[in-house]
Write a protein of this length. Structure first.
Length: 205
C-alpha cells in the first residue's frame, strides 16, 4: 500500500508539472496562479499545495525535471572536441524543435520568464544554465586546442562568447520550423570550421 501511495504521489507531481508547463507557456510566470496550475493538471488546489508551497517552487521543480530528462539523452563526448561541440549544438537545435518537456521549459525560461523581483529565483536558475553552457563550450574549445584541432592562438573566452551568441541567433531562426534545421546546422558547422581562420578571434599580442 505504501508503494502505491508513493507512485500515486509521483503521478500527481508529474501532472502538476505538466500543467505548469502549459500555464506558464500561455500566461508567463508572473500572471500564472496556483489555481491555473491545478485546473491544467486536473487536480484540486489542495493537491498542488500539498506538494508545492507556491508557483515558484512548482516552476523550479518543472525546470529540474526537464533538465534531468534532457541529461538522459545528451550526446556523449566524442574523440574530436569539435565534433563533440557540433553534436551538442545539433542536439539542442533538435530539442528546440521537438515537442516535449525540455522544449517547453526552454521557451518558458527564455521567453516567458519576466524580469521582476518575484521571479528572481527562476532567473538565477537560468543564469546557472547559461554559465554551465559557456563552461561546456570553453572546455571543449580547450580540448580541441590540446588535440591540435584548433590553433593555440585562439582566444577561448571570445570564441565561446561568439558561439554562444551564434546559437542564440539560431534559436530565433528555428521559429521558422523544422525545415530550417539543416540550414542552422550548416551555419553551426561553418562557424566551427571558420574558427582557425578568423583573425579577430585570435589572442591579441
Amino acid at each position: 500500500m505504501a508503494r502505491k501511495t508513493k507512485e500515486d504521489s509521483q503521478k500527481t507531481r508529474d501532472a502538476i508539472l505538466d500543467g505548469a508547463e502549459q500555464v506558464f507557456l500561455a500566461k508567463g510566470i508572473a500572471n500564472a496562479t496556483m489555481a491555473d496550475i491545478a485546473d491544467a493538471a486536473g487536480v484540486s488546489r489542495g493537491a498542488v499545495y500539498g506538494h508545492y508551497d507556491n508557483k515558484l517552487l512548482v516552476c523550479r521543480a518543472m525546470i529540474d525535471r526537464a533538465f534531468a530528462l534532457d541529461a538522459l539523452h545528451f550526446p556523449a563526448q566524442q574523440d574530436s572536441a569539435c565534433d563533440t561541440l557540433l553534436a551538442a549544438g545539433c542536439y539542442y537545435l533538435t530539442q528546440f524543435l521537438e515537442p516535449g518537456s525540455p522544449q517547453r521549459v526552454f521557451e518558458i525560461l527564455y521567453l516567458k520568464c519576466e524580469r521582476n523581483e518575484e521571479n528572481r529565483s527562476v532567473l538565477r536558475r537560468r543564469k546557472v544554465v547559461d554559465r554551465l553552457s559557456m563552461h561546456y563550450i570553453r572546455r571543449q574549445l580547450r580540448r580541441a586546442i590540446a588535440q591540435r584541432e584548433l590553433p593555440d592562438t585562439l582566444d577561448v573566452m571570445l570564441c565561446a562568447d561568439y558561439l554562444g551568441s551564434l546559437f542564440d541567433g539560431l534559436y530565433k531562426l528555428l521559429e521558422g520550423g523544422a525545415s530550417v534545421q539543416p540550414h542552422c546546422e550548416r551555419i553551426l558547422r561553418g562557424a566551427l570550421q571558420g574558427l582557425p581562420h578568423a583573425s579577430s578571434l585570435q589572442r591579441q599580442a
